[in-house]
Write a protein that binds this ligand. Structure first.
Ligand SMILES: CC(C)(COP(=O)(O)OP(=O)(O)OC[C@H]1O[C@@H](n2cnc3c(N)ncnc32)[C@H](O)[C@@H]1OP(=O)(O)O)[C@@H](O)C(=O)NCCC(=O)NCCS
Length: 175
C-alpha cells in the first residue's frame, strides 16, 4: 500500500538514486530533461510514494513548460515526469498512486478555474488510462529526438491547443 508524501519532504539524493535505478544513468541526456532544463519542479504537485517500511518506492515530478507557437507566442503547459518506481516494486500500484496524487493535486489547485493542459513523453498504453493521448501533438516539436507516438497531452479542451510548436521550459516574460 503506497503512502504519498510531498516530494520536498524526501532527501534529494534518494530521489536521484531512484531515478538512476528506474531510467539508467544516461537519463540526463533524454529529451524530456532538455525540455525542462533551467526550471524547477513544482513543489505542490510533485510526490513521493513510500512502501510499507517507509522506504522510497517511487516519485513523480511536475514542471512548468511552454509550447512556443510559430508566431512566438508562449502557451503554458504542465509537464509530467519523470514518473519512476523502483524496479523491484514495479507493477504493485505505485505508479498509479503517484499519477492519481499529482493529477488530483493539479485539479484541486485550480479550484473552479481551467486546469492547464499536461504534456509528457511516455507510454500511451500506460498513460492512456488518464486520458493522455498523442492525437493532438503531431505538429509539436522537442529540443531533441523523440518518438511522436510517445509525446502525449491531456486536456478536457483540445480545441485550444496550438497545432504546432516547440516545447521548452517556462520562462517568465521579460519585464
Ligand atoms: C512506468 C512506471 C512508472 C509504472 O509504474 P508501476 O508502479 O510499475 O505501475 P502500476 O503498478 O501503478 O500499474 C500497473 C498497471 O500498469 C500496466 N503497465 C505498467 N507499465 C506499463 C507500460 N509500459 N505499458 C502499458 N501498461 C503498463 C500494468 O500492466 C498494470 O495494468 P493493470 O492496472 O491493468 O493491472 C514504472 O514501471 C517505471 O518506473 N518504469 C521505468 C521508468 C519509466 O519508464 N517511466 C515512465 C516514463 S516518465
Amino acid at each position: 500500500m503506497a503512502t504519498l508524501v510531498p516530494l520536498s519532504s524526501v532527501d534529494p539524493s534518494l530521489v536521484e538514486t531512484l531515478l538512476d535505478e528506474s531510467f539508467g544513468e544516461g537519463r540526463h541526456a533524454r529529451t524530456a530533461y532538455r525540455i525542462r532544463e533551467g526550471t524547477q519542479w513544482l513543489e505542490g504537485l510533485s510526490f513521493a510514494a513510500l512502501d510499507d517500511d517507509d522506504y522510497l518506492a517511487g516519485s513523480i515530478q511536475l514542471w512548468p513548460v511552454a509550447l512556443i507557437d510559430p508566431d512566438g507566442r508562449r502557451h503554458p503547459l504542465i509537464m509530467v515526469g519523470p514518473v519512476a518506481v523502483m524496479p523491484a516494486l514495479q507493477g504493485e500500484g505505485f505508479g498509479k498512486a503517484l499519477m492519481g496524487a499529482a493529477l488530483g493535486a493539479l485539479d484541486a489547485s485550480a479550484g473552479s478555474s481551467p486546469v492547464l493542459p499536461q504534456v509528457m513523453i511516455g507510454d500511451p498504453d500506460y498513460y492512456g488510462r488518464w486520458d493522455f493521448t498523442a492525437a493532438h501533438t503531431a505538429g509539436w516539436h522537442c529540443p531533441g529526438p523523440f518518438d511522436p507516438a510517445r509525446l502525449l497531452v491531456r486536456t478536457p479542451n483540445p480545441a485550444i491547443l496550438p497545432a504546432e510548436g516547440m516545447l521548452e521550459a517556462w520562462k517568465p516574460a521579460a519585464e
